[in-house]
Design a protein around this ligand. Structure first.
Ligand code: FES
Length: 542
């Protein structure tokens, strides 16, 4: 006999056989529930609060992950607990963010677009337009008034596909296994975009029916999954997208809730995993129109790197993974209240101080905090150049399984010390090494070294919050004068907005796309050596 599992607050219910996990039920119900470790019980991300109904007993992994009062409050790891009767569970839902959390990059072309008046016509009295940045981990959405190009609102949400794994290859492989899987991955994206536009429009006293046009940018994997295009060839060399072409599609065919005749513009892809998000960064930064050596980095689960040498553009995509953003770490967190966002050394004896989001008691650490933490550990000599923790350190907790943990903050509101393990440091080294190897490889194509860079633009919401000194300390960014580095916020979102608001900018983007040379890193001579080297920490930090 099957059991009913109901998820709140959406009220979605599914029937499932007893003995299957709550995570399987959530997937069945298409409820977005992060599962960075793919359901193996390590990441602690798949938390759900059970408000009624029987489940299997708490496992040792749950006891380890759900410290403090979490277990007593009914929280469980959805991948670990099995349904034994009808259950009601609350899950983390798509969140809305204030405008300030999703600051857009500069939009140099916008003034001209606005001055020219609306170029996209819809049936609504005061039509709205929507720019969407479909990230591997997060989705950002911006609502515009099309008559004058005014930004009216912005919201962010976790990418619901995280339930199928943190990395895009795992998701594409899942989607490639059957037509139904591909449709499922598309449906959860469409549901989230619809939810976000509904919230955003409601906050303005409007409805999704007032939206006439939408522009969606993303890496090639997200693009393909949003359109349910075949993705199997994207995960095998030579990593070919099914199409690179720009498309304008009827919203109703995609299941996107918009006004009658509403359409969705998908800008062209650059090549391989480099999609329209990088194109949007190139458009909004205008690097092709500037002289000198300029670098743009959009840091995320997939990090895109763009190099301009006197306007000639080369780009690559690096699989940096979710670790730098705080995901896939036991105590990793989004930049939510209580997450450690800054860390520094406050006395010569090695005391660490930190600041949390909202000055709340520490309950996790987000990406900017993790980068600071690694920088501090390195400066204190607590980790070696190769990333090994210092034997005998008073801050290292021995782990019976061999994965020792370094204490970043003692006795936090989690009811436990907040730590980072040796294997997590290794994952962080892989992530920062992948990005740095991408930068160094693009420079090497032109025979340049980092000292020749005139300007680095760090794009993306995550990039906007990192401490540049710490990023240099750990070798994520090359060590160059600080005044050559600028952090601009969501440049991909800004580029999407430009393409939404201006036909000229849209045409310019399509031409620009054809001029960008895509570099497949794995085929570049010396890439493996650079990647191995970039995983170490820089010498001068010791
Ligand atoms: S998916 Fe459950 S702990 Fe990672």
């Amino acid at each position: 006999m099957s059991c009913t599992v109901q998820f709140e607050p959406s009220g979605t219910a599914v029937e499932i056989e007893p003995g299957r996990t709550l995570l399987e039920a959530a997937r069945e119900a298409e409820i977005p529930l992060p599962a960075a470790c793919g359901g193996r019980g390590y990441c602690g991300k798949c938390r759900a609060r059970v408000v009624g109904g029987p489940l299997s007993s708490v496992t040792p992994r749950e006891k380890e992950a759900l410290t403090g009062t979490l277990l007593a409050d009914g929280w469980r790891l959805a991948c670990q607990c099995k349904v034994t009767g009808s259950v009601t569970a609350e899950t983390l839902q798509v969140r809305d963010s204030a405008k300030g959390d999703l600051a857009l990059g500069e939009m140099p072309g916008l003034a001209a677009a606005e001055a020219a008046g609306p170029r996209l016509h819809t049936g609504a009295r005061e039509p709205l337009g929507c720019a969407v940045d479909l990230g591997t981990t997060n989705i950002a959405m911006y609502l515009y008034r099309m008559t004058d190009g005014a930004l009216l609102g912005a919201s962010g949400a976790g990418n619901p596909q995280s339930s199928w794994g943190a990395d895009i290859i795992t998701r594409l492989a899942f989607g490639a296994r059957s037509a139904e899987n591909g449709k499922k991955l598309q449906r959860v994206l469409v549901k989230s975009v619809n939810l976000m536009t509904a919230h955003g429009a409601a906050a303005l006293g409007r409805s999704p029916a007032d939206i006439g046009e939408m522009v969606v940018v993303g890496n090639s994997g997200m693009h393909h999954m949003f359109l349910d295009l075949p993705g199997a060839q994207l995960i095998r060399a030579p990593y070919l997208p099914a199409t690179l072409d720009a498309m304008t599609l009827a919203a109703r065919d995609l299941g996107i809730s918009m006004g009658p005749g509403g359409c969705v513009y998908m800008p062209p892809l650059v090549g391989g995993f480099v999609g329209s998000d990088l194109l949007a960064v190139a458009l909004s930064t205008g690097m092709d129109r500037q002289r000198g050596v300029r670098l743009a980095i959009d840091i995320g689960t997939n990090t895109e790197v763009l190099l301009s040498v006197d306007g000639a553009l080369h780009c690559c995509s690096t699989a940096s993974g979710p670790a730098l953003e705080g995901a896939a770490l036991r105590y990793g967190s989004l930049a939510e209240p209580g997450a450690i966002e800054r860390m520094w050394i406050d006395d010569p004896a090695g005391g660490l101080s930190f600041r949390t989001v909202g000055d709340r008691p520490a309950n996790g650490i987000c990406g900017s905090g993790i980068i600071d933490a690694l920088g501090c550990m390195r400066r204190l000599g607590e980790i070696s150049r190769t990333g090994l923790m210092r034997p005998g350190s008073s801050r290292v907790q021995a782990d019976p399984g061999g994965d020792n943990r370094f204490v970043l903050a003692r006795a936090t509101s989690l009811g436990a010390d907040l730590t980072v393990s040796q294997s997590e440091i290794r994952a962080l080294q892989l992530a920062k090494g992948a990005i740095r190897a991408g930068i160094d490889t693009l420079l090497a194509i032109h025979g340049l070294d980092a000292g020749r860079i005139d300007q680095v633009t760090v794009a993306g919401t995550f990039g906007a919050h990192i401490a540049i000194e710490s990023a240099m300390e750990i070798g994520l960014l090359p060590r160059i004068p600080l005044d050559r580095i600028r952090q601009v916020g969501n440049a991909a979102g800004a580029g999407a907005a430009l393409m939404l608001l201006s036909r000229e900018e849209r045409a310019r983007a399509e031409a620009l796309c054809r001029s960008i040379t895509h570099v497949e890193l794995s085929l570049q001579p010396g890439f493996r050596r650079r990647f191995a080297h970039a995983q170490w920490f820089p010498e001068e930090s010791a």
